[in-house]
Write a protein that binds this ligand. Structure first.
Ligand SMILES: [Ca+2]
Ligand SMILES: [Ca+2]
Length: 176
């Protein structure tokens, strides 16, 4: 695995542990889903329900695949196995990426404005400065919007063990 991919995985594990217990449990995904949905008050009920369902599915997939000792929690050691065989998570991740991107596009025009992007990514727990740099890396239009499909693809790249130098690396970068 590339170091950049490992750094991305470390960061997302820390954020996914929304209640700070040091490991991932079902409660973490409920908590984060609630936060993310709350960050997009203008989204329709269907988009919110899809986001909640995607978070739950993500958890059940992770639990089924990674909870090696079946204790209902995923440690960081257990979690790192996900990057070694990303294909096992492809469906759940696609689902998640599309649900998140849809939440960012309440009017369905295929574009996400910076303000909502920042709100959603802040709800997940990323640093504001890093989110802004990431948005810029997605090459926003003159009216400061990015394409939903670009973001969805960026989310999938984030989890790819072989990728480095991608926009998602900006989320990990320490800025002075
Ligand atoms: Ca936790
Ligand atoms: Ca476990």
């Amino acid at each position: 695995m590339r170091q950049a991919a490992l750094d991305r995985v470390k960061l997302i594990f820390t954020l996914l542990d929304a209640d700070g217990t040091g490991s991932l449990e079902a409660e973490d995904f409920e908590l984060m889903a609630t936060r993310v949905v709350a960050a997009s008050p203008d989204s329709g009920e269907a988009a919110k329900a899809a986001m909640l369902a995607a978070f739950r599915r993500y958890w059940t997939t992770l639990a089924a695949e990674l909870d090696a000792n079946h204790d209902g929690r995923i440690t960081f050691e257990e979690y790192t196995a996900c990057v070694l065989s990303p294909e096992r998570f492809d469906t759940a991740l696609t689902d998640f990426a599309e649900a998140l991107a849809a939440l960012g596009d309440p009017n369905g025009d295929g574009l996400i404005e910076r303000g909502l992007f920042v709100a959603l990514m802040t709800a997940i727990g990323f640093e504001r400065a890093n989110i802004e740099v990431l948005f810029d890396a997605f090459q926003p239009s003159d009216d400061d919007q990015i394409e939903v499909s670009v973001w969805a693809a960026g989310i999938k790249d984030y989890y790819s063990p072989d990728k480095a130098g991608i926009p998602g690396d900006h989320l990990v970068a320490v800025r002075g």
